[in-house]
Design a protein around this ligand. Structure first.
Ligand code: LMR
Length: 338
């Protein structure tokens, strides 16, 4: 067959491509990321940040669909959905792993255990954090990172100036035995409620008060149903970012490496914005003028710490003396000086 010129061959090939059906593109990998807070919170913003970076770094091979504000699943249901693989990613509060039987995570609920964010990060970003993430594997969960929210303050519809003011109050908590012990140490009655139901429970009087970082308090409009907040900053609320382990293991290794990079960047972002987001939320609460904000005096704070210290002693056996002592050692925390 007479050889045809190169140009003709190129034109012929171009024509073929134009009419041949495009090879089916690789199906996109879809990650459903469900969470229970508003989009304009540290976790909400970090989830969106991760979604953008995951799509960028995988050049569109992965699409992350973020479902905020419990629109897909509420507290308890979301963990079940992850373990069934109905959703692939969550970022539950560290106080919500108890139903999985992972009591060690409740160490983060101990009142006043972290004096500074730097000391907290020594734990979450060090060997203790690594060992906790590893414990998730046995539950079919791949633990990726810890994200901050912030320190919690108590709120109610009556002033909360001393522990005695909590006597008999029904106080909403997350499903953590340490938080139960904390409320009982104040003479309050702990009441576990899903986060999506808290504002309504406060409005209808099912509970009298609760505890939140300021960003959750404000974005759930709790200033409309809580007349008083005392800036006790008594406890830490943070998150563990997790994948369904089987889903994660089935991803191509290149995709896993790109998602790990997106997670590293999202963790730096989350922890960078958390404090500012909570400070801004407190300013917004103040502007509403609907909730009276009380800054405890040093004497009042000392009284709260004295009352809450018993939680450390009471919960040591449950959480595990080893992890508590490791955190005390790593952070220089001395419960007797609390
Ligand atoms: C709560 O239930 O109070 C928090 O865990 C909500 C959240 O995810 O910050």
């Amino acid at each position: 067959m007479k050889s045809i010129g190169k140009r003709t061959a190129a034109l012929f090939f171009a024509a073929l491509c134009a009419i041949a059906p495009a090879a089916p593109a690789q199906p996109r990998i879809v990650i459903k990321f469900s969470h229970v807070v508003a989009p304009d919170t540290p976790k909400g913003k970090a989830a969106e940040f991760f979604a953008r970076r995951a799509e960028d770094l995988t050049r569109g091979a992965v699409k992350v669909e973020v479902y905020a504000n419990s629109i897909l699943y509420k507290d308890k249901d979301e963990m079940e959905a992850l373990q069934l693989g109905v959703v692939q990613m969550l970022a539950p509060s560290l106080s919500k792993l108890t139903p999985l039987g992972l009591k060690e995570f409740e160490v983060f609920d101990l009142p006043y255990i972290f004096d500074t964010t730097a000391l907290l990060h020594k734990v979450t970003q060090g060997p203790i954090g690594e060992s906790l993430l590893a414990k998730l594997e046995a539950k079919g969960i791949k633990g990726m990172a810890f994200w901050d929210n912030g320190l919690k303050s108590f709120s109610a519809n009556s002033p909360l100036l001393t522990p005695a003011d909590f006597n008999g109050l029904k106080m909403r908590i997350q499903p953590s035995k340490v938080l139960e012990s904390q409320m009982r140490a104040l003479g309050a009655l702990p009441h576990v409620t899903a986060f999506s139901d808290v504002s309504r429970a406060l409005q209808t009087g099912i509970v009298d008060g609760t505890e939140n970082p300021h960003s959750n308090f404000y974005t759930q409009r709790m200033h409309e149903v809580q007349k008083h907040i005392t800036l006790t900053r008594h406890g830490y609320l943070g998150y563990v970012v997790i994948f369904n382990k089987r889903f994660w293991g089935n991803l191509p290794s290149r995709i896993r490496a790109q998602l790990e990079q997106a997670m590293r960047e999202a963790t730096v972002y989350a922890n960078r914005i958390a404090a500012e987001e909570n400070d801004n939320a407190l300013a917004r609460i103040r502007e509403t003028g609907m909730t009276r904000i009380h800054e405890p005096t040093p004497a009042e704070l000392a009284e709260f710490k004295k009352a809450l210290l018993k939680t450390h002693r009471e919960m040591a056996a449950r959480i595990g003396k080893e992890i508590i002592d490791a955190i005390y050692r790593d952070t220089g925390f001395d419960p007797d000086k609390m």
